[in-house]
Design a protein around this ligand. Structure first.
Ligand code: GLU
Length: 425
C-alpha cells in the first residue's frame, strides 16, 4: 500500500510543514484532485513577516519577529490563532494556517485558515512588555486583519487579555470599536459564553462519539491527558464531570498518576495556588514520558506538536488517541498507530471546538446579540457530533483512516468552493 511518508529523516518528520504536506498530498491523491487545485491548495496564499521594536521595562529596545500567514480564504475570512513562543518558525505557522483551513472545512464553518506567531519567551516578559509587544505586532499586521479579512484568536501562550489588547489597538486605528476583529475575548468586550472551555468541550464530545462508535462505556473509561493549559485542563474537568476517570496528567514539569482517578477540581485549585502541578498530594508523581506509554483507554495529547513520533508510537498502549493539540502526531507515527489499530481522532476534528465557538463569537459580535451559554454549548456539540459522523463515514466509504478521511472531506469542500467561484486570472 502506498504510504503518506516515503523515507523521511527525523528532522523532516518533526517539521510541521512536512507533516501537513505529507497528509495533504496523500489525501489529494486519493481524491484525484486535479493538478491545478492541488498546487493552489498546497501553498499558503499570503505570508507576512514583520520585524518590529518594543521598549522593554529597563529602557532597552528589543526587536521581535512576527508572522501572519493566510493559507486560504475561499470559504470566508481567514481564521486562526496567534502564538507566542521561542519555537515559532515560518514553517510552523504555515502548517498551522493550513490546518486551520482544513479544520474550518471539516466542521463546515464559513472561514478560511490563518495563523500568526511572534518569536518570544512570554514567561520571561512582564505584563507591560507583553502588552507593548502585542500592540506593536497588531499595528504591524493591521492592514492584513479585519472582521471580513482575517480574524485572530488565542493559541499557545496567548489568552483573553492578549485578544483584548489586539481588539483595542485595531479599534484605535479604526477610530471605533471593532469587537469582531478577534475572537476569544473577555466576555465583557464581545467575548462569547462558552468560548474559553470550547476546545475542551469539543474534545470531550469526540471522545463520547468515539466510545459510542466503538461500543465502549464512558463510565470508568481511563484517560491520560498531556498538558494542563486551557485545552488540557478544561478537557480534564469536563470529562471527569462526565464520568471518565482521569488517571494521568502529563505536564512539562512532571506527571501525575492515580489509578483511581485524579480529582481535577482539587488539581485546578492546587495549580491556581501554586502555579504548578508538582507536589499535588492527590496523585503519585511520575515522569511525563512514562504516562505517554502507560496503559489507558484514551490518550489525549493537548499541549504541542510532535509528541507522538516514530520514537514512541509503537509503545503507546491506548485504544484511542484524541488530538487536543495541533499536530501532536507525526506522519510517520500515523502509520505505526494504524498498524496497532489505534483509533485516532485527528486534530482538525478533535480540537475544532475552539474555532467553532469562535465562529459563534464572531456571529454574535456582528449581530450585537449575545447567546445564552446553553445555546453555545448545544450548537457546538451538535456541529462536532455531525462532523465526527461525517469523518468516520467518509473513512469507512473510502477505506482510509480518520485523519486521511478528515483531510479528504476538507480538501473536497474547499476545492468544490473554488471550482464554484472559478479562478480569477
Ligand atoms: N488556536 C485555536 C486553534 O488552533 C483557535 C483558533 C480560532 O478560534 O480561530 O484551533
Amino acid at each position: 500500500m502506498p504510504t503518506a511518508t516515503p523515507n523521511v529523516t527525523l528532522d523532516q518528520e518533526i517539521n510541521p510543514w512536512e507533516a501537513q504536506s505529507a497528509r495533504f498530498d496523500f489525501a489529494a491523491r486519493k481524491l484525484n484532485l486535479d493538478e491545478g487545485l492541488w498546487k493552489l491548495l498546497r501553498t499558503p496564499a499570503r505570508e507576512l513577516i514583520v520585524h518590529f521594536p518594543v521598549t522593554m521595562d529597563d529602557g532597552r529596545i528589543e526587536i521581535f519577529t512576527g508572522f501572519r500567514v493566510q493559507h486560504n480564504i475561499a470559504r470566508g475570512p481567514a481564521k486562526g490563532g496567534i502564538r507566542y513562543s521561542l519555537e515559532v518558525t515560518l514553517d510552523e505557522v504555515r502548517a498551522l494556517a493550513s490546518w486551520m483551513t482544513w479544520k474550518c472545512a471539516v466542521v463546515n464553518i464559513p472561514f478560511g485558515g490563518a495563523k500568526g506567531g511572534v518569536i518570544c519567551d512570554p514567561k520571561s516578559m512582564s505584563q507591560g512588555e507583553l502588552e507593548r509587544m502585542t500592540r506593536r505586532y497588531t499595528s504591524e499586521i493591521s492592514d492584513f486583519i479585519g472582521p471580513e479579512k482575517d480574524v485572530p484568536a488565542p493559541d499557545m501562550n496567548t489568552n483573553e487579555q492578549t485578544m483584548a489588547w489586539i481588539m483595542d489597538t485595531y479599534s484605535m486605528h479604526a477610530r471605533h470599536t471593532v469587537t469582531s476583529v478577534v475572537t476569544g475575548k473577555p466576555l465583557n468586550i464581545g467575548g462569547s459564553r462558552g468560548r474559553l472551555e470550547a476546545t475542551g468541550r469539543g474534545v470531550m464530545v469526540v471522545c463520547n462519539e468515539s466510545l459510542r462508535y466503538l461500543n465502549i462505556p464512558v463510565e470508568g473509561c481511563r484517560v491520560i491527558i498531556q498538558g494542563f493549559g486551557n485545552v488540557g485542563s478544561n478537557t480534564a474537568r469536563l470529562m471527569m464531570e462526565h464520568g471518565y476517570k482521569i488517571i494521568g496528567i502529563a505536564e512539562k514539569d512532571g506527571g501525575l498518576q492515580n489509578a483511581n482517578g485524579i480529582d481535577i477540581h482539587q488539581l485546578l485549585e492546587y495549580k491556581y495556588r501554586n502555579g504548578t502541578l508538582v507536589g499535588f498530594r492527590g496523585a503519585e508523581q511520575v515522569p511525563s514520558e512514562d504516562l505517554f506509554v502507560s496503559d489507558c483507554d484514551i490518550l489525549i495529547p493537548a499541549a504541542m506538536e510532535n509528541v507522538i513520533t516514530s520514537r514512541n508510537a509503537d509503545k503507546i498502549k491506548a485504544r484511542i488517541v484524541v488530538e487536543g493539540a495541533n499536530g501532536p502526531t507525526t506522519a510517520v507515527a500515523d502509520e505505526i498507530l494504524a498498524d496497532k489499530r489505534i483509533f485516532v481522532v485527528p486534530d482538525i476534528l478533535a480540537n475544532a471546538g475552539g474555532v467553532t465557538a469562535s465562529y459563534f463569537e464572531w456571529v454574535q459580535d456582528r449581530q450585537g446579540y449575545f447567546w445564552k451559554e446553553a445555546i453555545v454549548n448545544e450548537q457546538l456539540e451538535s456541529i462536532l457530533r455531525d462532523s465526527f459522523e461525517d469523518v468516520v463515514r467518509y473513512a469507512e466509504a473510502h477505506n482510509v483512516n480518520n485523519r486521511i478521511a478528515a483531510y479528504m472531506l476538507a480538501i473536497d469542500r474547499v476545492a468544490f468552493t473554488i471550482r464554484q467561484r472559478g479562478i480569477y486570472a
